[in-house]
Every structure is written in C-alpha cells, then in structure tokens.
Ligand binder design. Structure first.
Ligand code: ADP
Ligand code: MG
Length: 695
C-alpha cells in the first residue's frame, strides 16, 4: 500500500513524478503526504508597509511591483524590486536565482509578498520573499489557513509551487488514512489526549481551524520525538546488555592518596559527576559517558580520579588528547600529581623516540605501566595493553567516530569510555544528539575565578588596543591575537593574518618584544616549536589562527584579541576566550569587528560581552543557528527533524523522553499487546534508520 507509485496520483504524470523524486526524494504517495507544510498563512491578514516594525517575524503585503532590475556586479550582484502598497514602499532583494525570478515576475502586476523584513541603510527590505500573484489569492482552497509547502525552482517550473502542491495533495487526501495507521499505544493517546495519527496527518494538510491544527501538530511532534527517544534508549539497552563492563569495586589507596593530597576541595559539581562515574564503574555495565564542563571547570581532576579507580582495581588507563601540545600538557600536570604517589605515567605521541617507544610498549604489555597519555598514536596497532580498563578522551569533537571505534578493539572486552568536552551542549540537545550516551555535567567553576572582561571594539580603535596590550605586557603578561581562517577564502584570510602580524611586529619590535606566529600552513614541528616558545614565556604575543582553539594552557596569558570576530560562531568565540582567564590575574577578551555587521553577528558579540557561562552561550547559539551546526553534533542524524523543533519543543522532548523511558522500563522488548502498534511500526522503521553509535 505504502508503495503506491506517484503516477497513480491525479495530476502527477511520469515527468512530475521524476522531478519530485529528484528534487524532494518523494517516491510514493506516502512520501507525498509526509511532505508537510512548513507554515500556514492566514490569508485574511495583510501588513501595511508603513506599519512594519523591527520585531516582525515575517509580513504578508499586498501591493504592486513597480520596478525590477539588477544591481552590482560579482559578489554584490543582486536583483532589486520596488514593491508598493497604499502606505509606502519596500525593497525586495534576490541574491540567487536572479534569472528565474526575472522571468517569473511582471513589473506593474499585483502580488502578495511574504518574508522577513530587515532594515538596511534606513530602508526596509525583504530578501528572497515568497511571491504570489494577487489574483490567485482571492479563492483560497480553504478559508483562512493555507498550508505553505517547500518547493524548488524545478518543481515550480512544472507547476508544483506551493499552491500546485496543495492542490495535488488535497485531491488525494481520501487515500491518506490507510497509509498512516496508529503507531502509538492507546494508553499514551488517552493519557496525553493526543489526536489519532491519520486524523492529525489530514489536519496538517487541510486544517479546519487554528485549534485543531495545533492539536494535530502537537500529536505529530510528540510522535516524532517519542520514536527517536525509543530508538536511542533501546540502542542503549542493547549496548548495555551486549557489553559487559569491567567492575571496579575497590576504591583503593591510589584514589585516596591522591584525593587527600589535592590542594583544593572539589566543587559540588565535580563531586556529583565523580559519583555518577563511580556508580557506572562498579555496576558491571559498560560505561559510555560524556563529561561536559566549561573551560576551566576542572574536568582533568575528575578524569585523573577516574583513572585511579581503574588502577586501584588492577587495570590500566589511557588519556587521549587531540594534539601533541595538549597531550604534553596533560602529561606534565598528571606526572607531577601521580609520580610522588609511585604511579608510573608515560607519554606517547608521534614524536616519541624509538627507544622510549619500545620501552613503553614493553611495560604496557607487562602491565607495569599504569597510565598512558598521548595523542591518537595510542590507537596505532603496535600499542598493546595488558588490561586496558578505562579510556578518557579529551575534547571529543576532534576525534572521528572511526578513531573511537578503534579503541574498542584494544581489548577483548571494551574499556570503559569517558569522553570530555568543553563545548557545552544544551541539555535537551544532548538528550537527542547523545541519546545513547550518559551525560554528566560540571556546571560550576572552582571558587575565586575572576570573570573574563569582554568588550566589543570597532577596527578604528586598534591603536588604543595596541596601547592596552603594551600595558599588560609591561606587567609581565602575554597576549593572543587570533585571526579567522575559513577555508573557502584561505588566500585572503592568510593575507589578513600576515598583514596583522607585520603591523604588530612594527608596533612591538625586537629586542623589547618577541612575537610568535602559528597557522595551519606551518609544519606540525614548527607550529609546536612556536607554541612552546609562547608557553615558556619567551614570546609575549602569539599571533595565530584558530589552531590554538583547543585546550592550550598558558596561565600567564591575560589578553585575547579576536580579529574579525563577527566571522566566528558563538561556541568558537567562547572556546577561544577560554584560552585566557586561567591564572590569578584579571583577564580580558577584546572582540574586534568592522562597523557594518549583521544583526546575528551583533547578537553573538553582545552575548559574549554579557556572559561567561558556556551553557547560556550554547543556548543562544542553538537559537541562532539551529541544532545542525553546533560543534560536536554533526554526526547525529537524529537532529534532522521533520516537524518538531529541538529548540522550541524542549518541553515536549522531555515529555517524550520520560514516556519512552517509562515504557521501556516496563516492557524492554515491547512485547506487551498494548505496545504492539509501536513495535510493528518500529520493525518497519529500524531498517531505514541506522541509529549510529556516537562513541
Ligand atoms: P578543564 O575543565 O578546562 O579541563 P582543568 O581541569 O584544566 O579544566 O582545570 C583548570 C584549573 O583549575 C586547573 O589548574 C585545576 O588544577 C584547577 N582546579 C580544578 N578543580 C579545582 C577546584 N575544585 N578548586 C580549585 N581549583 C581547581
Ligand atoms: Mg581540559
């Protein structure tokens, strides 16, 4: 039934079917129904141009297209139309599809234009508005709410613009019910007062009124989120059952010895997280846990204590960092902590000498070496552990899934895995992006930290910024100056970086000053060498691209200047800022930009100036960019939602998660008769979606 070919549908011939397949992957009647409207227009409401204010999401205007013409050349080439109603006029702008739009629109005709107004140089404009001939509007297929479908140029050219799509779907709506049998158990429908599935699907294509549309969408959103959570939670159950974990039942002398010698008390958040890890490690189940905490929140101590639990129980532990420098810094710190306790710690990276390498290999295999720190060199085949019990991975988003998979093969039984990340992910997003991982969060900084003072300055303030840098350097501090390096325009960015470097060297000349430079085009060895000079304090200024983003620790650095800050994403800005504020001194972050920047960029920079809290920043980032672009979540297909919205539907997501958990606790195999509709539905579904394992 669900495989009914598209050509069966009235109004769809072989050619249209082919375009639908190619453009929207719509292969069957069922797929066609699953192409949901992305919004609805209340055709009775029109905005007047004179009344447009800045806080309008989107406006619908009825008016006349007065002029239409191309402006600019090259990158600034665009199509501009003047659109007028009886209260005033507005600009319509297209950057893409210019020829197509010119062919489709007639100057002098009446249209209804729809889109988000923005203000630029004192006039309102709408970029890429949806345009519809005003005449077509007078007879809506349904009074009031009209569905709007996403479509493409090619589809529109074959008469399948939103209106055409609407007409076709409405023509076959009678065929819908048998294609969408109920897939939620009855007790859930009753408890949550959900609309039946087929009815909800009919309703979203042809809403009767606002209230029933809302109910229909609620039902479909719940269904979508619930199915994802059931999938993720079941995967987790299966993993847990399949994977036996080593049991670390002892809390022994090494753990206690280290804990008692710590020069500070753990924060409550560190204690809570440690408890969560300990519970996992003694449960007999396999641990697969994400530890997230802002830069400087003290993840390393937690990692070391966890590794000591492994050691106390006779197992080895490894810590893997994404770069040589980071591995080295971890090694130095951890060596100083653990060597006095008589625990052997070694470092293994790409540049470890052959002899040392051989020695490490031998003592690893004999089990004499308890803790190994390194880069992905740890994953290379010759590295064999006697009994690897726990692996800690720092800064998770730098490691590919394949690399992590390699780890699992280091043992007969996979070691426990603790993944640490300093890129906070909002809780609800973590629930979905890492649904089969357990998540621990350090949401508190150690006491006594001074917040980094962050300001936004325009490029014309550079002389003053240089003056400020000089003052800080005179106090013995060090300064980072970071330039964006974005692949597409590498040549230009590279020139910016070198120009910037030269003007800094001119202002801060030798022998009083030494300036380091590090960028992606340098050889790894040269990069390391320059970085080390800065780490040792031999240079006062580090000019760099974002290669310094991850984890480097130079407590004496107190100023972070970020050039063209408007070009960075929020989480990246936050990561960069985290390079300072690691010592006792007051630290500063200076965000430089030109004056003409977008509203989004302005909000990003304002957010940085307002808060140092990574979780708050992640929430704003999520709102501004949507979930797909957040760092560390790219691998997750579970985020491509059809109807629910991870940001706006957070409460519903939590409800879906809770209901899925409850249900699986009572019926892990979904074998109870009342869960039959669901298990039947999932059987068909699982084949299609590969619920990828994240770690
Ligand atoms: P991150 O979470 O960014 O990896 P680190 O583990 O490097 O943070 O910790 C940052 C600094 O804070 C380190 O110097 C560490 O020794 C120190 N630190 C960690 N926990 C505490 C604490 N509870 N009280 C005081 N200082 C702490
Ligand atoms: Mg760290």
């Amino acid at each position: 039934m669900s495989e009914l070919p598209l050509t069966y549908v009235k109004g769809i011939g072989p050619q249209r079917a082919e375009v639908l397949q190619a453009e929207l992957k719509i292969n069957s009647l069922k797929d066609l129904f699953l192409h949901l409207p992305f919004r609805y227009v209340d055709r009775t409401q029109f905005h007047r141009i004179a009344k447009i204010t800045s806080d309008e999401e989107a406006v619908q205007i009825r008016g006349v297209l007065r002029t239409l013409g191309e402006v600019g050349t090259g990158r600034t080439r665009r199509l501009v139309g003047i659109f007028q109603d009886d209260s005033g006029q507005i600009e319509l702008v297209w950057f893409k599809g210019i020829r197509w739009v010119m062919g489709a629109l007639q100057v002098g005709a009446s249209y209804v234009a729809y889109g988000k107004p923005t203000r630029f140089k004192n006039t309102w404009n709408i970029a890429h508005p949806e345009m519809e001939k005003a005449g077509a509007m007078e007879a809506p297929l349904v009074a009031g709410l009209q569905p709007v479908y996403s479509t493409t140029e090619k589809l529109s050219a074959r008469g399948m613009n939103s209106r055409g799509m609407e007409r076709i779907i409405k023509g076959v709506l009678n065929e819908l019910p048998p294609l969408f049998p109920e897939n939620l158990p009855h007790y859930l429908l009753d408890a949550l007062n959900l609309m039946p599935r087929a009815q909800a699907m009919m309703e979203v294509h042809a809403p009767r009124d606002v209230a029933s549309l809302k109910k229909a969408r609620y039902r479909l959103k719940f269904e979508e989120l619930f199915m994802i959570q059931v999938g993720l939670l079941r995967q987790k159950l299966i993993n847990q059952r399949k994977l036996q974990g080593f049991t670390f039942s002892e809390v022994g002398e090494h753990f206690h010895g280290f804990y008692e010698k710590l020069p500070f008390a753990l924060t409550d958040a560190q204690k809570r997280v440690l408890k969560e890890i300990r519970r996992d490690l003694r449960s007999g189940k396999h641990m697969n846990r994400l530890l997230q905490g802002d830069v400087g929140s003290g993840k390393t101590v937690v990692a070391v204590l966890s590794m000591l639990l492994a050691v106390d129980n006779g197992y080895q532990a490894a810590l893997m960092a994404p770069t040589e420098i980071l591995a080295q810094q971890h090694f130095q710190g951890i060596y100083e902590w653990l060597n006095p306790l008589g625990i052997r710690v070694e470092l293994l990276t790409g540049s470890t000498r052959k002899a040392a390498r051989r020695d490490i290999a031998e003592s690893l295999e004999s089990g004499e070496l308890a803790i190994l720190i390194g880069t992905h060199a740890l994953l290379e085949d010759p590295v064999q552990f006697a009994n690897l019990g726990l692996v800690v991975i720092d800064e998770q988003h730098r490691f590919g899934v394949a690399q992590r998979a390699k780890l699992w093969k280091k043992n007969k039984q996979p070691p426990h895995v603790l993944v640490m990340t300093a890129t906070p992910i909002p809780r609800t997003l973590a629930m979905t992006a890492y649904g089969d991982l357990d998540v621990s969060t350090i949401d508190e900084l150690p006491p006594g930290r001074k917040d980094i003072q962050t300001v936004h300055r325009f490029d014309n303030a550079r002389a003053r910024i240089f003056g400020f840098m000089a003052e800080e350097i005179a106090k013995g501090r060090q300064v980072y100056v970071v330039y964006p390096l974005i692949e597409e325009s590498q040549v230009m960015d590279y020139k910016d970086l070198m120009d910037g470097y030269e003007s800094i060297v001119r202002r801060f000349p030798m022998p009083d000053f030494n300036v380091s430079i590090v960028h992606g085009k340098m050889k790894a060895q040269d990069k390391d060498w320059e970085m080390q000079r800065f780490v040792k304090g031999e240079t006062q200024i580090m000019v760099a691209t974002t290669v310094i983003e991850v984890g480097v620790n130079v407590p004496n650095a107190s100023v972070m200047v970020i050039e063209s800050a408007e070009r960075f994403g929020l989480s990246q800005l936050h990561q960069l800022r985290g390079r300072v504020g690691r010592g006792a001194e007051q630290s500063y972050c200076i965000l430089m930009s030109g004056e003409d920047i977008s509203a989004d960029a302005r909000e990003r920079l304002a957010t940085m100036c307002r808060t140092n809290n990574g979780f708050e920043i992640a929430e704003v980032d999520l709102r501004l960019r949507g979930p797909g672009n957040l760092m560390g979540t790219q691998q997750s297909g579970a985020l491509n939602l059809a109807i629910a919205d991870i940001v706006k539907d957070q409460e519903l997501l939590q409800l879906a998660r809770a209901k899925a958990t409850q249900m699986l606790e009572a019926d892990p195999e979904l074998s109870l008769p009342e869960n039959a509709p669901l298990s039947h539905f999932l059987k068909g579904k699982i084949k299609k979606i590969g619920w990828g394992r994240i770690s």
